[in-house]
Design a protein around this ligand. Structure first.
Ligand SMILES: NC(=O)c1ccc[n+]([C@@H]2O[C@H](COP(=O)([O-])OP(=O)(O)OC[C@H]3O[C@@H](n4cnc5c(N)ncnc54)[C@H](OP(=O)(O)O)[C@@H]3O)[C@@H](O)[C@H]2O)c1
Length: 305
């Protein structure tokens, strides 16, 4: 199989490339490898030459809430341009490749506690993420239109927040759980007596370990297309408090955790409904939350200390 990965140099891309079977011919189409999906001509020439059977589409311009709101126009422009270019290139190729898109669950309507696929477009996304979330909704719309007119086959999968090995080691760019682990490692190293967490610690969030994220993307290549989005879901979340306590225990940090309730909590619960997922993947398995945190701590200990 000839697999093209857009954004193979990113967090999920690095996990994915480690898991790809050696019989697979892989092309990493990302900026640091000299490719820009916003440039149609360059993308067309390069992708045509590689002639992929499948594309896992990880290229993305995203980041923290602050980044997404400060660079709202760049975020929607870059992402939508990359998605339109990718589908236009794909449909022009002699053999149209199968495309797999991860969609983040921030694309669900704001204030939805149990996120069910048949309700995912029933209201606007939360204002804080609207440039990124609407770009993802547009990607879904593009995939439907190119399926309808040109027969481009797509699988759209919705993922919760990821954490794990290969995440950025820059606390300003890492994702929420990784950022917390880096901060606590530093607090431990500095002998800080207190570790502050914003809010009450009560909100419940679902997480996916980065190696599982990659595993599910790759497994979908062997399945028929799932154009209508499917949650990659465990159907359970963890209170922030619970995850922080696990990190503290596994790291051996001896200070106190202080919940700063001057900062408001987000929604009380955000968990993906797992009904559709279970009917398709059955008991394919996720890494235990504790074990995933342990592996992530180890990763940051090696990279950051
Ligand atoms: N991480 C999560 O928690 C999470 C959760 C749900 C869904 N997802 C989705 O999974 C995908 C991958 O996420 P990620 O966390 O791996 O993102 P990431 O770490 O920010 O990586 C983004 C990748 O896109 C590449 N890229 C950016 N602009 C590009 C362009 N113009 N042309 C070509 N490549 C470009 C980057 O290349 P360079 O680094 O070389 O510039 C990088 O390889 C995204 O679509 C994201 O929405 C992620």
């Amino acid at each position: 199989m000839r697999l093209l990965v857009t954004g193979g140099s990113g967090f999920i891309g690095r996990n994915l490339l480690k898991q790809v079977d050696s019989s697979c011919e892989v092309f990493d189409f990302s900026r640091s490898k000299g490719h820009d999906l916003r440039n149609f001509k360059e993308s067309y020439d390069t992708i045509r030459e590689f002639a992929p059977d499948c594309i896992i589409n990880l290229a993305s311009n995203g980041g923290s809430l602050h980044y997404v709101s400060s660079f709202a126009a760049n975020v929607i422009h870059d992402n939508v341009r990359m998605y339109v270019n990718l589908y236009e290139v794909a449909r022009l190729l002699d053999k149209i490749p199968f495309i797999v898109n991860p969609i983040s669950n921030c694309a669900y309507p704001g204030n939805t506690s149990i996120q069910k696929e048949d309700e995912w477009l029933n209201g606007p996304p939360h204002e804080s993420v609207h440039p990124f979330a609407n770009a993802k909704r547009t990607l879904y719309a593009i995939s439907r239109c190119y399926a309808k007119q040109y027969g481009v086959k797509t699988t759209n999968l919705i993922f919760p927040n990821a954490f794990g090995v290969e995440d950025s080691t820059d606390p300003n760019h890492t994702h929420a759980m990784g950022g917390m682990i880096i901060r606590m490692l530093k607090a431990k190293r500095n002998g800080d007596h207190e570790f502050e967490v914003w809010g009450t610690g009560n909100p419940v969030r679902e997480w996916i370990y980065s190696e599982d994220f990659a595993k599910y993307l790759l497994s979908s290549l062997a399945m028929p297309p799932l154009l209508e989005p499917v949650n990659i879901a465990q159907g359970r979340g963890y209170a922030i408090k619970e995850s922080v306590e696990i990190i503290k225990e596994l790291m051996g940090y001896e200070g106190n955790i202080v919940f700063n309730t001057k900062y408001k909590d987000g929604d009380p619960v955000k968990v993906l409904d797992a009904t559709k997922f279970t009917s398709i993947w059955g008991d394919y398995g996720f890494t235990d939350h504790r074990e995933a945190i342990q592996k992530t701590i180890r990763y940051y200990e090696l990279c950051c200390l």
